[in-house]
Design a protein around this ligand. Sequence first.
Ligand code: ADP
Length: 615
Amino acid sequence: MKKLQNQRVMRYYNSLGQEVDQSGKPLATTASLYKLFVLAKPEAGLIVAGSFALLVTTAVQTIAPLFFGRVVDAALKSMADLNRTVMILLLIYLGGAVFSLFRSWMFTLAGQRFVARLRKQLFRSIVLQEIAFFDVNRTGELCNRLASDTQEVQKAVTVNMSMLCRYLLQIIGSLVLMFYLNAALTGVLLAIVPVVSLSAMQYGKFVRKIGKLLQDRLADGGTVAEEALSSMRTVKSFSGETKADMLYSDCITESYKIGKKLALAQGSMDGLFSLLAYGAISAVLWYGGKLVYDNSQDPNTGITAGLLTSFLLYTLQVAMGFALLSSLYGDFMQAVGASVRIFALLDRKPDIFVPSNPLILSSLTGEIEFKNVSFTYPSRPETQVLKGMSFRVEPGQVVALVGPSGGGKSTVVSLIERFYDPNEGEILIGGCDLKLLDLTWFRQQVAMVSQEPTLFACSIKENIAYGREASMDEILEAAKQANAHEFVLQFEQGYDTLVGERGVRLSGGQKQRIAIARALIMNPSLLLLDEATSALDAESEYLVQEAVERAMKGRTVIVIAHRLSTVRSAHKVIVIDRGHIAEMGTHEELLAQHGVYKKLVLRQLTAGQPTRNED
Ligand code: ADP
């Protein structure tokens, strides 16, 4: 069982498609932190203001230890000296605190603005991708990029950037002052720098590699969770809680294993830095102590106790600066990984042909012609789904697509909606190649009502008017036409009733009627219907059917038919089997052929369909 689970999880990893395009090739990883900074340009003002404040606070921090030493020496002289020196120190601190406030405020604000813009851009880039992109990229994975990758990057370009500058300045400033105070003592301290830098570099490389792995595994977990949580009914109806639980926990265990390595690396690095820092402090203490001793013997040699105090504080400041820099380096490397994934999406051009001069026809009559159309789904390049298909639909005709499940009926409809482009042949709309039409305009002329329509988690009113801005009168009219008005009025909130997660759950028939209203409000020239295969209760079925028939009037309709009454009244029936047109004609003509169609009719069109006593 466990092995099976793992295989399943492995399949998720392999099918994530995150760094591949639709043909499976890796996407270019041209991203870099530089590109992120370019993206953060609008925040330049805030970042400059923050950097100025940062400069002041760092100066305060750098200069403070000098005054600590002066305080010690002043205390050894007189009370008046001590009071004056502490007063100056307090004033310096006060100034520092004010600038600290500005620094933090400016950088955090810049970060929030940046991440908000980045998320909007990223989401826009995602929704503009072609449907094939969504066949290979999972929702959970994409949501993860929107939520956590952007967060990583936000931290890197703003807060981390400010910290980086701060610690660098702090280290440089401290070192300059230390040289000024005593060059020999500084030399003792600097002996550890090469060791620190080398280990920091190694550590950074490791974190970069493992950070990416960690993010990838977490994204896998997100995908598994998203799938299970969004299909809770299916999960529960198959008692799949344990299975879902195991899948998710497998993913999380994987990420935990990586996290364990990261923890050990972090610990070792911290340990090493502590050892080096304490070693350096001890060396400075010993050598500095000796210089203080020399000074007590002969005031012309060595250094004062106050100076040693200042020096020690600088030593601590430099050591701390280095330690914090190393952890920042790790964060930066993680952000680089996240930015690679973000740019792979931001820079991705939707793989769909856009004509240089998109055409808008004066009217769309609904005339459709498939000319020798062949098609293979980009996500399944090994299987050709449609093979040289040719047929015509005249304006105002009702054409029924029938055939065994998996034959290619929905694919034909997807091609008409131009979710995909054919690999061979062409689809003509009103005599014009579909690819040359303005896609937004074309889709406004077409409406689709699917078997299990998706309604959005907003009000019924907003659902009906999803396709275009519409007045309340238009919404009411569409709902009446779709036999939805009566039941909507029965809800306490009427058309303002929320649908879905936070609102009422609609029955299958009610959802369909809202979907019909949503289609009708577009006043489409071409109606695409996918008849429900699952049986509705008799009352609901009657109301849906009546609404569908009303919706079909005066329009060109392509219907994936499951009901005998639909095929019988269609102008043309196209039998699609394994990607071919097996038979084509009217119901009567096809029955007379005693072929596939007749067999289908005898089996109520599709195998396993609930039998309807209509014939
Ligand atoms: P029908 O509507 O007649 O049941 P479909 O058009 O849905 O048939 O499917 C035809 C074939 O294409 C099937 O083998 C199906 O597995 C495959 N298919 C459908 N949708 C996709 C997709 N988005 N990606 C890859 N293959 C698909």
